[in-house]
Design a protein around this ligand. Structure first.
Ligand SMILES: NC(=O)c1ccc[n+]([C@@H]2O[C@H](COP(=O)([O-])OP(=O)(O)OC[C@H]3O[C@@H](n4cnc5c(N)ncnc54)[C@H](OP(=O)(O)O)[C@@H]3O)[C@@H](O)[C@H]2O)c1
Length: 215
């Protein structure tokens, strides 16, 4: 039985946990305030769910989702995530996260920052451009005409296959943007960020994306 660990159990974390449970996974949830604050969510999710510290959730997960305000990415536990597929949903909002120079000057991407922090993990960017509420309402079975697609980016092909399989189970087609360095194509305010898109439409959006010029 595969366990999905969650570092962050807010709007996105809780929705992905619901999808995980619906698809037969076990989940271990964590947040910044401690497992006891997740009792209501664990009760809603049922016996396949439990709450833990971030370190325990990282250790327990076969796959681990990091879904926290980007400003806190450096507090994600490093050692228990070594060797694991880590899904990064995070986006950069300076008004929330403060300014991060390497993002302001476009010299890196949000997921490359997490990958630098987790050098032995296999980071895959996913679920960053869909509103939390839509995760449980927009999914459709594989093969459905006009099925919604979501972008992934990552440097490890096997890890990307794992995440693509998860996306398919959760009801979405996958569009591969390439390595983590290409993740800017689906950063905040790009064409594909937010609207419902099929795979074909999303590929067009990624190709047409314009990176803001370096200051
Ligand atoms: N909301 C959306 O529709 C959406 C869509 C796509 C991507 N995103 C991105 O995904 C990320 C999560 O968004 P969200 O809307 O789910 O945020 P959220 O509702 O504010 O939830 C954030 C979660 O992260 C936890 N957290 C914060 N710092 C932590 C730390 N150091 N260690 C462990 N857990 C920590 C919080 O726990 P506490 O409550 O205990 O502090 C909370 O459970 C953000 O980067 C966001 O930009 C959001």
């Amino acid at each position: 039985m595969t366990t999905i660990g969650f570092i962050g159990a807010g709007k996105i974390g809780s929705q992905l946990a619901r999808l995980s449970i619906q698809n037969g996974y076990h989940v271990v949830l964590s947040n910044s305030r401690g497992p006891e604050t997740l009792a209501a969510l664990v009760q809603e999710l049922g016996p396949q769910a439990r709450a833990a510290t971030a370190r325990e959730a990282a250790r327990a997960g076969d796959i681990v989702v990091v879904t926290v305000p980007l400003k806190n990415y450096r507090s994600v536990p490093v050692e228990p995530l070594a060797g694991k597929v880590v899904i990064d949903t995070n986006n950069y909002y300076p008004q929330r996260d403060g300014h991060i120079a390497a993002l302001d000057d476009e010299s890196t991407t949000t997921a490359e920052l997490l990958q630098e922090h987790l050098p032995l993990s296999k980071v895959v960017k996913a679920f960053n451009h869909i509103y939390a509420a839509e995760l449980t309402t927009h999914g459709q079975p594989a093969g459905t005409k006009h099925r919604r697609a979501l972008v992934i980016a990552g440097d490890d092909p096997e890890a990307k296959k794992t995440v693509e399989k998860l996306l398919d189970q959760f009801g979405f087609d996958t569009v591969d943007a390439g390595p983590l360095a290409e993740g800017w194509r689906i950063h905040r305010d790009t064409l594909g960020y937010g609207p419902r898109r099929t795979a074909e439409e999303l590929r067009r959006d990624l190709a047409a994306a314009q990176r803001p010029p370096r200051p």
